[in-house]
Design a protein around this ligand. Structure first.
Ligand SMILES: *[C@@H]1O[C@H](CO)[C@@H](O)[C@H](O)[C@H]1NC(C)=O
Ligand SMILES: *[C@@H]1O[C@H](CO)[C@@H](O)[C@H](O)[C@H]1NC(C)=O
Ligand SMILES: *[C@@H]1O[C@H](CO)[C@@H](O)[C@H](O)[C@H]1NC(C)=O
Ligand SMILES: *[C@@H]1O[C@H](CO)[C@@H](O)[C@H](O)[C@H]1NC(C)=O
Ligand SMILES: *[C@@H]1O[C@H](CO)[C@@H](O)[C@H](O)[C@H]1NC(C)=O
Ligand SMILES: *[C@@H]1O[C@H](CO)[C@@H](O)[C@H](O)[C@H]1NC(C)=O
Ligand SMILES: *[C@@H]1O[C@H](CO)[C@@H](O)[C@H](O)[C@H]1NC(C)=O
Ligand SMILES: *[C@@H]1O[C@H](CO)[C@@H](O)[C@H](O)[C@H]1NC(C)=O
Ligand SMILES: *[C@@H]1O[C@H](CO)[C@@H](O)[C@H](O)[C@H]1NC(C)=O
Ligand SMILES: *[C@@H]1O[C@H](CO)[C@@H](O)[C@H](O)[C@H]1NC(C)=O
Ligand SMILES: *[C@@H]1O[C@H](CO)[C@@H](O)[C@H](O)[C@H]1NC(C)=O
Length: 823
């Protein structure tokens, strides 16, 4: 990529701003996914910010803190993750407020989190969520607004002039030692300074989907027109203004004993400002963050800076608003927004090792993020992805392994393969540099492939002896070297095979020929679990009509059996996650994993009986709802028609899911957003360029807008996709012809230079499927050869295709992989 000088780009940006009134933030609704299990964090934060302030509710679906499902607010906390499943994450050190304590008696205020929910009812219409700010009014009349800097949250609490008992306001603000999951451990401490009201403290908590624990510290200060009346601490439901320090036990009853501190004020005439910073290092560090980031409690200045930070991050992508339904714009920009909430930038906040490298956390989890979220950021924010990759490699340096999932300074559980390999390969093939030590990066991915960890719960791969001896992960493997949940043998085999392909690509580009050949070889291991004669029959006995599926295989090389429909969207009975009783595919069926060969679709198509049979099988997967668009393995299947020479069907399928399964409403997401993974799916699909992650390949479909402009943040060049004959009713979604920088373009995919070099792709649309992008030489790269395309389906002449393919294949993306490709 070409690096322009900073001054040039700043000048350019200023010029663009001057003549451009388009504001992407006008189309961002952070509340999408705030109900119906989307689990998004809809609160105030900076891009990748550590401070994430929002109102927390007592919903069973409070993983992201706030929900709009009729639950009540229990507090206002300052750390969150977004879109995750499992246990709620973070949500530490919640604040809560009362206009007064009845009769002025401190002991008549309600302190415990669960009980104070009765004072946290609100109406949806009182909620305002915008990038960088969040506000809500409780039925008690208390209005709470919040905004953040990188480590510090600033709240404004506005109180009614009288309390529920009609007595004058004497506002009380408390801060407790809880987290959303109630995971606090022994010996949490809190201190409140009786003269300044400053509250500091620390507590140990558990990460929400991993091992170990972490200690978080905080520092809270108050400002505004009111004077402090008194302050103190509370334990359970009792409080004292005489006591200012507390060290509290977890207690023996599961739910940590409520405890915290409070400050009371003499007036509600002006809002009370509350500034809370956190740190993983110390309470002193938290206070330093607070004092340097928000020295003067200027709510307007902080919120404007937060808004500006989001606008700067969103501005590289600009779409035409012409003719398009506004809800499409909101869907699109909100999806992009959610990709930058997590991972979180904890640089300078990592107590585990000292290093000058960046440290990112909340890779939650890479199994979700590798498919489209991190690839989207590679386009919109390559500097951030560079920092993330450096952080992943630094984590390998200090902990011995690349993480697969990581949150709150701890190792999270691995779901399938060592998919950080895909993340590194994706960044490498797309040319990310920026101080990434690719030698170390390569050593890290090779370690995943070669060294089995003693405990592969949370890093690396299991079953490597069998993998090397047999070329697959056996069901009921014998493994005495490393230990982990012995399930998912099929999905692990498929993911390990793809991970190896990603390593091969890095090896190839690094000139490591022997390694390249070795990992190309093992990237074919997926074929060892393909059982040619396996049928798939519905549970009522009716045959799906498809033959040939992946199946579990024992150590002795005989076949086991798993119903190919088990763990599908329609299977209400199987256990399909990380439980010991889980199946051989993780959170998805053999039907769906049957398409997870991202590097060798050509060979898969041949095994499935050619392009028509492959297309019919993909249709069956979607039409019969075997797949579930609310979980990440489905993402690529929407676009895999491209490989069968039917890019039109990818476009059609994309419109079948958007907006019907992704609508811009709180309940609009089909599943957990998973740190923005769902958001990135929507953004890429609507942009019309879907990545095959780990490869320098984007599959072309018409954008949902008349045109899309994407300015590359490093080169400053603008890539552009234009729809000629754009149809806002999305009936004309078939590409008839295309040009790239003015030249006829028939390939149904492009590479990353489109973005870095700012090319222009013009798509002419029509109502019917055309021959565009259907010939073998138009298809995306694949390790094996495309076969069986000569006859086509009768509509398109493909006779000459095979010949042309052989002649031109040298230009295709995997040509560097050598003999195996295209000959
Ligand atoms: C608004 O609140 C009600 C009850 O308080 C809840 O049931 C409903 O789902 C909410 N509406 C939205 C759009 O989330
Ligand atoms: C919410 O608060 C209201 C008012 O106190 C109460 O009646 C209701 O039970 C609370 N709901 C929940 C889910 O806590
Ligand atoms: C809590 O503090 C007590 C007293 O200092 C100590 O005995 C105990 O080990 C501590 N517990 C933990 C989990 O640190
Ligand atoms: C309370 O905590 C503060 C800060 O840690 C400390 O300076 C002070 O000595 C403590 N007071 C008591 C009574 O323990
Ligand atoms: C825009 O899209 C929304 C949501 O899909 C739909 O309800 C509305 O009718 C559409 N408006 C127009 C003018 O088509
Ligand atoms: C991460 O935080 C560090 C320290 O504040 C900062 O230097 C760096 O620019 C941040 N990275 C990104 C991508 O925001
Ligand atoms: C059996 O179930 C499948 C899938 O739901 C359905 O398509 C088929 O019609 C059913 N067959 C019979 C005979 O009920
Ligand atoms: C292979 O192993 C499986 C599982 O232990 C066993 O059921 C099967 O009988 C074995 N087959 C042969 C041929 O030994
Ligand atoms: C899942 O597999 C089990 C065992 O083969 C079978 O009993 C069950 O019917 C399957 N469920 C579905 C939905 O196919
Ligand atoms: C599209 O296909 C339909 C059905 O084959 C045909 O009737 C129609 O004329 C075609 N439209 C165009 C614009 O080619
Ligand atoms: C071939 O595919 C086109 C595009 O979907 C379709 O219109 C046509 O009916 C198909 N022809 C045959 C013979 O299947």
């Amino acid at each position: 990529m070409v690096l322009l000088s900073v001054s040039c780009c700043l000048a350019l940006a200023a010029k663009v701003l001057a003549r451009d009134t388009f504001d992407p933030l006008a189309y961002v609704d952070p509340l999408i996914g705030a109900s119906n299990g989307g689990n998004v964090f809809p609160g105030a934060s900076l891009p990748y910010g550590m401070a994430k302030a929002v109102a927390d509710t007592n919903s069973g679906s409070r993983q992201g803190g706030f929900t709009m499902d009729g639950s009540n607010v229990t507090g206002f906390s300052v750390m969150h993750d977004s879109g995750t499943g499992g246990q709620p994450s973070l949500g530490n050190f919640a604040l809560f407020a009362y206009t007064n304590c009845p009769g002025g008696d401190i002991n008549r205020c309600i302190f415990p989190k669960r009980a104070r929910a009765a004072f946290g009812r609100f109406s949806n219409s009182s909620v305002s969520a915008k990038p960088g700010t969040f506000a809500i009014t409780l039925d008690s009349g208390i209005r709470v607004e919040m905004t953040t800097t990188h480590h510090t949250s600033l709240f404004s609490f506005a109180f009614p002039s009288v309390g529920p008992d009609d007595e004058p306001a004497q506002p009380l603000i408390l801060q407790d030692l809880t987290d959303l999951a109630d995971s606090r451990q022994d010996n949490a401490t809190v201190t409140v300074d009786s003269s300044t009201g400053r509250i500091t403290g620390s507590a140990r908590f558990f990460p929400s989907f991993g091992t170990g624990s972490f200690v978080l510290h905080f520092c809270t200060d108050f400002a505004g027109g009111a004077d402090i009346v008194d302050s103190g601490i509370f334990v359970n439901s009792r409080a004292s203004t005489e006591v200012h320090n507390l060290t509290i036990s977890r207690s023996i009853n599961g739910y940590p004993l409520p405890g915290g501190a409070f400050v009371r004020f003499n007036s509600a005439a002006e809002p009370i400002l509350v500034r809370t910073a956190t740190s993983f290092i110390s309470a002193e560090r938290a206070c330093e963050h607070a004092e340097t980031e928000i020295p003067d409690f200027d709510f307007t200045a902080v919120s404007e800076a937060a808004t500006d930070a989001w606008r700067a991050k969103m501005s590289p992508i600009k779409v035409s608003t012409n003719k398009v339904n506004g809800s499409m714009l909101i869907n699109f920009y909100s999806g992009i927004y959610r990709t930058m909430v997590n991972p979180q930038n904890y640089t300078g906040e990592n107590p585990l090792w000292s290093s000058s490298e960046p440290y990112f956390d909340s890779f939650y989890c890479i199994w979700d993020q590798f498919r489209s979220q991190l690839p989207l950021l590679t386009i919109t924010d390559p500097v951030a992805v560079t920092d993330m990759v450096r952080s992943l490699i630094d984590t390998y340096r200090h902990l011995g392994w690349l993480p697969d999932c990581r949150m709150s300074l701890n190792k999270g559980y691995t779901q399938g393969g060592s998919n950080a390999d895909v993340v590194l390969a994706d960044a490498y093939v797309k040319g990310l540099k920026g101080g990434i030590n690719w030698d170390d990066g390569y050593a890290a991915v090779v370690k995943d492939a070669e060294v089995e960890p003693y405990d592969w719960c949370c890093e690396g791969r299991g079953g490597l002896d069998s993998w090397k001896a047999l070329g697959y992960i056996p069901v009921q493997d014998f493994d005495y070297k490393g230990f982990g949940t012995m399930t998912r043998s099929i999905s692990r085999t498929l993911e390990y095979a793809y991970n190896d392909f990603c390593i091969a690509q890095m090896a190839s580009k690094l000139g490591k020929t022997i390694d390249k050949e070795k990992y190309i070889e093992s990237s074919g291991n997926w074929q060892n679990l393909f059982k040619k004669d396996q049928e798939s029959v519905w549970w009522n006995g009716s045959d799906t009509g498809f033959v040939g599926f992946f199946q579990p295989r024992y150590l002795n090389e005989t076949w086991g059996f798993q119903d190919p429909l088990n763990c599908s969207n329609l299977d209400a009975y199987s256990v399909c996650s990380l439980q010991n009783t889980g199946r051989e595919t993780f959170e998805s069926s053999i039907w769906e994993y049957g398409f997870f060969v991202p590097h060798d679709q050509a060979t898969l198509i041949t095994l499935y009986g050619g392009p028509s049979a492959f297309t019919a099988r993909l249709d069956y997967l979607h039409d019969r709802s075997i797949t579930y668009i609310g979980n990440e393995p489905s993402f690529l299947t929407v676009f895999q028609y491209h490989y069968a020479g039917r890019p039109a069907l990818s476009a059609l399928r994309s419109h079948a899911y958007i907006p019907s399964s992704f609508s811009p409403t709180p309940a609009g997401l089909p599943g957990n957003d998973d740190s923005g993974a769902m958001g990135s799916f929507v953004a890429f699909a609507m942009m019309g360029l879907f990545p095959n992650p780990g490869q320098d390949v984007y599959l072309i479909t018409p954008p949902y807008f008349e045109h899309v402009n994407i300015r590359h943040p490093l080169t400053g060049k603008t890539a552009r996709v234009v729809n000629v004959h754009f149809d806002p009713s999305y009936r004309d979604v078939y590409i008839q012809s295309a040009t790239l920088d003015g030249e006829v373009y028939t390939r149904n995919w492009i590479d990353h230079s489109f973005f870095t070099e700012g090319k222009e792709l013009v798509l002419t649309l029509g109502r019917n499927e055309s021959a565009w992008g259907t010939r073998v030489e138009d298809l995306p790269p694949s390790l094996g050869q495309y076969e069986g395309f000569e006859r086509g389906n009768g509509s398109f002449k493909r006779a000459a295709a095979a010949r042309l393919w052989r002649r031109e294949s040298g230009k295709a993306g995997f040509a560097m992989l050598g003999d195996k490709f295209g000959t």
